[in-house]
Design a protein around this ligand. Sequence first.
Ligand SMILES: [Zn+2]
Ligand SMILES: [Zn+2]
Ligand SMILES: [Zn+2]
Length: 250
Amino acid sequence: MKLTLLGTGNVQACPLYGCECAACQQATLDPAKARHLCSAVLEVNGQQLLIDANHPQLQSRFPAGSIDAILLTHYHMDHVQALFELRWGVADPIPVYQPDDPDGCDDLFKHPGLLQFLPPNQANQAFKLAGISITPLSLNHSKPTLGYLFSSEQGRIAYLTDTLGIPEQSWQQLLRNPPKYLVIDCSVPPSHRSGNHNNLDDVLALASALPDSDWILTHIGHELDLYLMQNPDCLNSNVSVAYDGLEISL
Ligand SMILES: [Zn+2]
Ligand SMILES: [Zn+2]
Ligand SMILES: [Zn+2]
């Protein structure tokens, strides 16, 4: 089972248009430091499960027939924007697992094209896909949002974005089934607030409460990147910062 983080930026991404902070300048000079919008792909048992759809080159990165399913975390535009073009493709239908959000995003439900929206997933009700068990976990966000806990014989990986904290039921699920790797929304520096997203203090507190898991920060804004440049030793030993293209294998 391999999880590749296709993008690790928040809604602003990095470099942020027009911003001259040191983090954005660094990302402009060195594209390896840039962050695209937050999404991932899980490769397991010969299948590719796309988690959110916003990759700027989604159609060339994933030619027709190569996406076995899409798992959506929520219907904010920055997580689903690539669906608007993808849906008109000439290819087999792609099953879409989704949170229970009757509003969806714009007219996706009215004109789904090749997107096969499945009945909404309910939190804590595991389902089988590509030979593994996937447990949706409810998250705290401004739209109905699901994280996903992937369990294979090799171990578990959790993918939790977008969220502020972790709801009690989801936290209990993680305590019962601790993941080896936990990828989590960390959008802004300590003491900052940005909508319904974690800041670094929030995540460091969570990471100390589940110390045997490796916590990997994603959904990172340029202000957090700047803070990390200025405070390189601020992370717990079980916490690391994701980058676009990071591969997590079990
Ligand atoms: Zn900046
Ligand atoms: Zn969001
Ligand atoms: Zn987001």
